[in-house]
Design a protein around this ligand. Structure first.
Ligand code: MLC
Length: 495
């Protein structure tokens, strides 16, 4: 892999600040230019100073509610300024934010609450607030994104150090329940700094932000990056091609970040051609097929820049801003990040972006990290397989089973466990089927003695247990599931 120093026009521009935090770097930006626009929502701009004040007030509300540094805050909200105020306010108070998908149902949310034992929960939907109140470790503070709590003295702000936890982000392995990846304040800064340098992201940039905030892409890449560089972003509550074009034009945006499904919709709707004014369009969270890459780049008038990251490491590699943005590849290691391949081809990563470990799961840590032969710190084994194509990293599938649908991760075993309980299903295996729009769609291969339940029935059956994006979209009947000598289903033979 081409090391990052070789492809940056000015490697000296990357001066890692290992003592700092994202919050402190941002506080310096605000102090220097409090009047600069930061977030646009509902027809008006929030200035950086206004947002800083609101987040300080939010920190005071958490403190008044009895929360202390290190306490966890479950946070599951739609993309909005309120959500960001509640989020950044919690970080400023030294609280640890636990993002969760707003599509999660009672079972998915309860697991997180039981595991991380949050002191507070900031939740978008009324029913989510009901569910978490019923869990054994129910948080004692439950609020909506507007943080409708009494005001209080925030005390000292931004005191968390680089090694202190900032986020616990839940992600599944192939087996077992989702586990929390602990990301530190130092990880958040390192990630944003690397992107600032690699994409030459400046205070003059303006992003169209239509990603969910509860994942690394919308949060750590889009929102934190905007804060770090002192730039601005137009927040859209959902992805709609016409709304993206409208926001980009009216607010003279320069950046768009999306998942491949969004690029597919921008191309097929014809909206991509109206985004030619943008300086940079970045794709991530799932592989961008080379043909879609080319079609989108043609329509947008400049090459889509594909990059590669994951919850545990935030961003790892990126195609170059200058030079060839090669379709079908995810480019080179980002500043400060080292990437290598083990003998089986699994991608290993180390650097200041790599998380501290899984929340209260030393066993999972032992499996995820590998000692380094050079004594230079441990490597994180990503579970993705890669190859080196003339210095560019190419993703070659996954060492562990995972379906990526529209940029959301779906773990086959979780879906299989639920479907197997359907009375008509004797056996089931779940795989991802390639799909133009979604990248992959969840497919259930079922063995049934009687009639096969149709997809509508299976989705209805899962409704209380699985968020809609995990539910099958295709159902295929098979007489038997292919198994190896140990009886394990060979999913790769089901495609
Ligand atoms: C929504 N649906 C999905 C889905 N998203 N089904 C499968 N996969 C998905 N990703 C469901 C809806 O619940 C609905 O179900 C039906 O599909 C139709 O919905 P839609 O209106 O067409 O979808 P939409 O709401 O427009 O959502 C599509 C999307 C969204 C692409 C905008 O999926 C999205 O925002 N994806 C981004 C994911 C993301 O940010 N990932 C980052 C992970 S971080 P029903 O049953 O109601 O009909 C990470 C690290 C990194 O991976 O490197 O970035």
């Amino acid at each position: 892999m081409r090391p990052w120093r070789d492809h940056l026009p000015d490697p000296a521009a990357y001066v890692p600040d290992r003592e700092g935090t994202l919050l402190r770097a941002w506080a310096r930006r605000v102090a220097a230019a409090p009047g600069r626009p930061l977030w646009h929502e509902g027809g008006r701009w929030w200035s950086a100073g206004e947002f800083a004040e609101a987040t300080g007030r939010a920190a005071g509300r958490y403190r008044a509610a009895g929360l202390a540094p290190g306490d966890r805050v479950l946070w599951s909200t739609a993309t909005s300024v309120d959500a960001l105020v509640a989020h950044v306010g919690a970080l400023r108070a030294g609280l640890v934010v636990v993002p969760a998908n707003t599509a999660y149902g009672a079972r998915e949310l309860s697991h997180i609450v039981e595991d991380v034992r949050p002191a507070a929960a900031v939740l978008e939907r009324d029913e989510q607030r009901e569910w978490v109140r019923q869990v054994a470790h129910a948080p004692h503070v439950v609020a909506g994104p507007g943080l409708d709590l009494p005001d209080g003295d925030p005390g000292p702000l931004d005191t968390a150090g680089p090694g202190d936890p900032a986020l616990v982000c839940y992600t599944s392995g192939t087996t077992g329940a989702p586990k929390g990846a602990v990301l530190t304040h130092g990880n958040l800064l390192a990630n944003s700094e690397a992107l600032r340098v690699a994409w030459r992201w400046t205070a003059d940039d303006r992003l169209v932000h239509c990603l969910p905030l509860f994942h690394a892409h919308g949060l750590a890449v889009a929102a934190y990056g905007t804060l770090l560089v002192g730039g601005s972003a137009v927040l859209l509550p959902e992805f709609d091609p016409a709304a993206v074009v409208d926001a980009a034009r009216r607010q003279q945006a320069s950046l768009f970040f999306g998942v491949p499904t969004m690029y597919h919709r921008l191309v097929t709707s014809g909206a991509a051609a109206d985004l030619r004014g943008l300086r940079l369009c970045v794709s991530g969270s799932a592989p961008l097929r080379a043909d879609l890459h080319r079609a989108a780049s043609r329509a947008l008038g400049s090459g889509v820049l594909e990059r590669f990251g994951m919850t545990e490491t935030l961003m790892n590699t990126s195609n170059p801003l200058d030079g060839e943005r090669r379709p079908g590849t995810v480019g080179f290691p980002l500043p400060g990040v080292e990437v290598t391949l083990d003998p089986s081809g699994e991608i290993l990563v180390r650097g200041p972006n790599v998380f501290a470990g899984y929340w209260e799961r030393p066993g999972a840590d032992a499996g995820a990290f590998r000692a380094a032969a050079d004594g230079g710190g441990r490597w994180f084994a990503t579970g993705d397989l890669g190859a080196d194509d003339d210095g560019y990293l190419v993703l070659r599938g996954r060492a562990r089973e995972l379906i990526i649908s529209g940029g959301f991760n779906v773990y086959p075993t979780e879906v299989e466990d639920v479907l197997a309980r359907h009375p008509a299903v004797a056996e089931v295996a779940v795989t991802g089927t390639p799909d133009d729009e979604w990248g992959e769609v969840v497919t259930a291969w079922v063995v049934c003695e009687g009639p096969v339940p149709d997809v509508g029935e299976l989705r209805a059956f899962c409704r209380d247990e699985l968020a809609p994006f995990k539910q099958p979209r295709l159902v295929r009947r098979v007489d038997v599931l292919p198994r190896n000598a140990l009886g394990k289903v060979i999913r790769s033979e089901l495609r």
